[in-house]
Design a protein around this ligand. Sequence first.
Ligand SMILES: [Zn+2]
Length: 360
Amino acid sequence: MKKGLRIRLYPNNKQINTLNIIFGHTRFVYNYFLDYSKNSKDYKYTNWSKMLTTLKNSDDTIFLKEADKFALQNSLKNLNRAYENFFSKRANEPVFKKKHNAQSYRTNYTNNNIVLYEKGIKLPKLGIIKCKYGKDIKDNKIINVTVKLLKSGIYEASIIYECEEKTLLKTGNSVGIDLGIRKLITTSDNDKYISDLDIDRLNKKIRKEQKRLSKRTLHSNNWNKQRRKLAKVYQYKDHYMLDTIHKATKAIVEKYDTIYMEDLDIKDLLSKQKLKIHKREMLLSSLGQITTLLKYKCERYGKELKKIERYYPSSQTCSHCGKTYRVGKSETYRCPHCKLIIDRDYNAALNILNYGLSHN
Ligand SMILES: [Zn+2]
């Protein structure tokens, strides 16, 4: 099974120089063959590939040898894919790459040309670049690495590696899951994952940097600096949320064999709440990611995700006596019939579990 890992790179000045050369040569090759194919109507990758070898040995273009050879080859493959997508009407016609577009290239693993160390990664033509990563994949086989310069000025490598399929042990447990906006996940064991306070904290950070940006003169140096800073905060937000969601969904899939959740229309759920636009968007994407990742992880680890009927009133029903009562906006469910006092989301999760168990 193939997996991906993103790591932050900290190249020194010499390496930044080499990276610029590789980005530039990769772009040169892409544009050269785009131009060639437009004029000659020769769209064959194998022909381009032969021509590239010739180019690397001609005086005018011998500089191409400075670049990582896989980067150039993969640039041709990208162009080939862009044409395939265009001819099958999945995409627009490929266009020339410009210097101010996002910069990236992909290199392939062969004969130890790429090695991941504790605090560095060895890449062809670059030597060891300082890097930071959270997950140890040293025992896995690297397939390829894409090096990127992001708009925020950050260098990043996405590593694709082969890893053995892990199966999770069966636990014999089932769980109901309530998706909400205060705690994004509450389970029928009253475990809570991902707080909206995190979302508020991240939004506050973004607003602060946006405000600073609005005070700068448009296109000035300080404006550019601030724009990069804002992009960094956005990126941090995306990484942080995705990481948190990965951890939460993994924990749930490890703990339970069958997971019941409502077949929710998340947009509809959020439309009933008074929320600021940023928060609404973040909740929308986070709740969507939770659903997608739970589904994906259940399939991958041999667990079951079962959706229960959309219109079951899970938050209006008492999990103890089964009678219904309109709870309103309160965070606590107080049953007027059996006097149960319980956390609203926990009550809903219990109902989802009970409904799931009795209808399957
Ligand atoms: Zn009750």
